[in-house]
Design a protein around this ligand. Structure first.
Ligand SMILES: Cc1cc2nc3c(=O)[nH]c(=O)nc-3n(C[C@H](O)[C@H](O)[C@H](O)COP(=O)(O)OP(=O)(O)OC[C@H]3O[C@@H](n4cnc5c(N)ncnc54)[C@H](O)[C@@H]3O)c2cc1C
Length: 271
């Protein structure tokens, strides 16, 4: 039997949200509700308490601080896409946010919700990894390389709230995705970033979890040109095969999206 109802709670502060979580029996936070509410409708999730963190002002901001761009976890995709601050610091990130879903999804969905959910085809996880970001929660800082641990799995512990993501400003960067024609999720998406300490390439929408493509990174470190990838083989063994694309087709698309990202990056002013 499904639970007949759940309690809806709306804290005003992060501290209050944490307290509500600790005193609840089976709570979930809800931000934009664009992933959790559909999951609840399909009975894939049935929390006893829904703690709405979307009205906590401290979670919504965009702030440039030296070579970092900090974005509050509650910031909506549409606000990132339209932000002059983001466009000035990391244009590829503004582009990525503008490619997520449709206007309704972008006006409700949040950065924190996207990375906490870690859908294997979500866009933001690729930016977090390629931009060597640091995820801050109400308890600690988590480097991007340790944050995404598996399909819909992250390093977050029960009750932990993502408060911000600090993206490292690259010299240049670009994101290219082949969108699913219905949902617009990536199938796949490739984020390429050139940093002072090297090239980072992150792939989403191909395997069960976002990952760094070491074979593409090493090739591009040798020569940062799209043709460099012509001779690189992207292995399909670990890739997803589904109704939309075979693993082999996804492997082909990873290479094509990476080449397009490099082309775009080389023609851009910066990030
Ligand atoms: C039709 C449709 C199309 C979409 N297309 C795309 C797409 O093209 N690309 C893409 O990337 N995404 C896409 N999405 C997903 C969308 O981006 C969601 O907004 C996002 O995945 C979840 O963000 P949210 O704020 O809605 O989170 P919610 O649905 O509110 O929450 C999702 C999960 O994250 C947890 N959570 C939320 N905020 C926090 C936080 N601050 N700290 C800790 N845990 C938290 C919740 O407890 C829940 O487990 C699509 C969704 C829909 C419905």
């Amino acid at each position: 039997m499904y639970p007949a109802s759940f309690r809806y709670l709306r804290p005003a502060t992060l501290g209050e949200a944490g307290q509500l979580f600790n005193s609840a029996s089976d709570a979930r936070y809800v931000a934009g509700g664009q992933s959790l509410i559909p999951a609840m409708k399909q009975r894939l999730a049935s929390p006893s308490e829904l703690i709405d963190i979307s009205r906590i002002p401290a979670l919504s901001f965009i702030r440039r601080d030296g070579d970092l761009l900090a974005i509050g976890a509650g910031t909506r995709h549409a606000d990132v896409a339209a932000s002059a601050e983001v466009e000035g610091a990391i244009p590829a990130l503004a582009t990525l946010a503008g490619l997520i879903g449709d206007p309704a999804v972008r006006h409700r969905g949040t950065l924190g919700g996207s990375i906490a959910n870690n859908d294997p085809a979500a866009d933001y996880p690729a930016a977090v990894l390629a931009l060597d970001a640091v995820v801050t929660t109400n308890r600690r800082n988590i480097p991007a390389d340790l944050f995404f641990t598996g399909m819909f799995e992250t390093a977050l512990e029960p009750g932990e709230i993502v408060t911000q993501v600090a993206f490292r400003l690259p010299r240049r960067a670009a994101y290219m995705k082949f969108p699913n024609p219905a949902s617009r999720y990536a199938m796949p998406g490739v984020f390429v970033a050139e940093h002072a300490h090297g090239i980072r390439v992150a792939v989403t929408g191909a395997a069960s979890c976002v990952y760094r493509a070491s074979e593409l990174e090493s090739a591009l470190a040798e020569r940062l040109m799209p043709e460099t990838l012509d001779t690189v083989t992207v292995a399909a063994e670990e890739f997803t095969s589904d109704l939309f694309a075979s693993a082999e087709y996804r492997a082909h698309l990873v290479k094509v999206m990476a080449q397009r990202a490099v082309t775009s990056m080389l023609s851009s002013r910066h990030g």
